[in-house]
Design a protein around this ligand. Structure first.
Ligand code: NI
Length: 204
């Protein structure tokens, strides 16, 4: 019992530290866009090896040359994930032709249930260019760590063992064409705003 409470406490402290870090970047920028990585306290992003929705092994290097919109979540998510992926999709549609410069990526924090086949069906519900990434528990943990993403299983009372939810942080990360962290859009940022911001950056 005590160990479980300690784990919960540790997880809360970590989540707080992550949101405090992100809040810190936000105050440095007037928009909902988080300030440049060079000004941030903690580096975001970096190398990863995962499996995409076609079953191919991919690394961060495979996505160089395009801006990346990276969102971490899970396909069984009842609300936040589909909402944010919908916003990403809408932002890309609003961008029009410029969207060829942007690669949207959905990263599963629930590799146990998010199989390659399952991811393939799921990403198809959103943007046609949306890539879904999953991997081994270790690969997912490493990538989430690199992006400072918090996630944890949230078992439901009176539910079957495989009917759990996942707690997870919800940011749309923007990575530059060189794989560098540009910033993060808070959950709730509108598609208009994201499209506008992306459009300006791509035009530069
Ligand atoms: Ni979610």
């Amino acid at each position: 019992m005590k160990a479980r409470l300690l784990r919960i406490a540790a997880a809360s402290v970590l989540a707080l530290a992550v949101s405090a870090g992100i809040a810190w970047w936000q105050v440095n920028n007037a928009s909902t866009m988080v300030a440049n990585a060079t000004k941030s306290a903690v580096p975001i992003g970096g190398p990863f090896t995962m499996t995409d929705q076609t079953g191919k092994t991919v690394t961060d290097a495979d996505y160089r040359g395009k801006y990346l919109l990276v969102y971490f979540g899970y396909t069984y998510c009842p609300d936040v994930c589909p909402t944010e992926l919908g916003v990403m999709t809408q932002a890309l549609d609003l961008l029009g032709r410029q969207s060829v410069n942007v690669q949207p990526v959905f990263v599963s924090v629930d590799p146990e249930r998010d199989t390659v086949a399952h991811l393939k069906d799921y990403v198809a519900l959103f943007h046609p260019t949306l890539v879904g990434l999953t991997g081994t528990a270790d690969q997912v943990r490493d990538m989430a760590r690199a992006y400072r993403v918090y996630y944890a299983k949230a078992p439901q009372k009176d539910a079957k063992p495989d009917e759990y939810l996942m707690d997870h942080s919800s940011f749309i990360y923007l990575m530059g064409p060189n794989g560098n962290f540009v910033g993060a859009y808070q959950a709730g940022t509108t598609a208009d705003r994201i499209a506008q911001d992306l459009g300006t950056r791509i035009a530069d």
